[in-house]
Design a protein around this ligand. Sequence first.
Ligand code: XMP
Length: 525
Amino acid sequence: RILILDYGSQVTQLIARRVREAGVYCEIHSGDVDDAFLKSQPGLKGIILSGSHASAYHEESLKVPAAAFEMGVPVLGICYGMQAMALQLGGKVEFSDHREFGYAEVRARGHTRLLDGLEDFTTPEGHGMLKVWMSHGDKVTELPPGFKLMASTESCPIAGMADEARNFYAVQFHPEVTHTTQGPAMLSRFVREICGCEGDWNMPDYVQEAVQAIRDQVGSDEVILGLSGGVDSSVAAALIHKAIGDQLTCVFVDHGLLRLNEGQQVMQTFGEHFGMKIIHVDATEQFMGKLAGVSDPEAKRKIIGKEFVEVFQAEAAKLSNARWLAQGTIYPDVIESAGAKTGKAVAIKSHHNVGGLPETLNLKLLEPLRELFKDEVRKLGVALGLPPAMVYRHPFPGPGLGVRILGEVKKEYADLLRRADAIFIEELRKTEDPISGQNWYDLTSQAFAVFLPVKSVGVMGDGRTYDYVVALRAVQTSDFMTADWAELPYALLKKVSSRIINEVRGINRVTYDVSSKPPATIEWE
Ligand code: XMP
């Protein structure tokens, strides 16, 4: 396995993704681990040092544990990782308060196992060049003893260095980001050829390993899991069920704010198809009762979260033999909360999930997806036999339609919204983009309808109508932190609007949301 030491770069997770894409298992650990930790890692084949927003020569900046350079395993330093390596091994790093980010062309120098044969284009003088994403401010100005120059740019003469006798490599640019076109090849080379990892980390093997690990962990104990129908909890349920069968009980809380037929679909997939033990709690009345008269978005979120925990806890308390609480926590959740704890990452997405852990249950935590990224969770779901349509579904917020009905939530509004939303989604799935050949559901990252509790005048047949408004929202984004509204074809919007107005009595006007995030958010509340 490969260890990635994180010094707080925002793209550290990408290093792990590229390494796993090369079929090699890796883990990210905080850069402040000590020598003893490194020496206790079983099967360690290589270490990658991440970037950081800090300066390597600052006293307070984290040092790389000395053992990393003494254990005889290959080390790759990226950006800050390169500077830290240079400083600690006797080179020089110079201060600059001018940071440079962006596209750069790097010339490969000398011959190294890392870069040989990789190039994006050749200059008229015959130099092999790489297109990379550079980030430098501070830079290495003197190579440490034993190192040779591996790459350079106009403004950064030492953009890469290597000591091939010790298998130490370092680059000032970021091979993990997509803009560095040969980046995947470089990282794959490092982990497979230089570190000698097999590249056999794949999903079917992972399923076997994970199943065994769950069996070892829980033995004959019983486990409960809150199933929401979302990707993470669904995949966790399928995996745990494969491992321990009826020792698992799922609690599915329907707060009355789910999408059309979602409850039935969850029961069909998990109850009938997989034969899992599921307690289906229809708590619609309870949630609607608590939400009556409340229109402030934050107040609504809090009520939904609190009720959710209460309903779940009441059900869990009935399962007196349960010793474990299973959760679909995935790797980005783990790293985000670790980053928040040490305060190392600069910007952290605030995690807003329904409720939180019912701590008073006194259950041990079972989190079988803790090591996986979202796309790996999806692949695992497919490998476990979950329907691809469920595994590749757009995200749905924990508070559900509660944040898509503006102001006060009423069952009547939820019923109208569910039907309008289902029509929108159905048409997105049905409509193909002729250029890419993909349907518009897959071409958008998230799409849904929003209920606006205002009435407007319309005309239908010979009569006047005075009904509610629905807004359609469809966005494209890679990380949900920023998003563009999707340029859906007019013909598609026309069809959706006409179907909603004709089929959903109570709605006589449909609008399309053309706000991007920021300054708007994806959800309306
Ligand atoms: P915003 O509206 O903040 O949403 O642009 C970004 C993404 O987060 C989802 N979202 C939530 N997910 N619990 C969740 O599990 C929540 O309370 C919640 N609020 C927003 C939203 O659907 C979008 O994908």
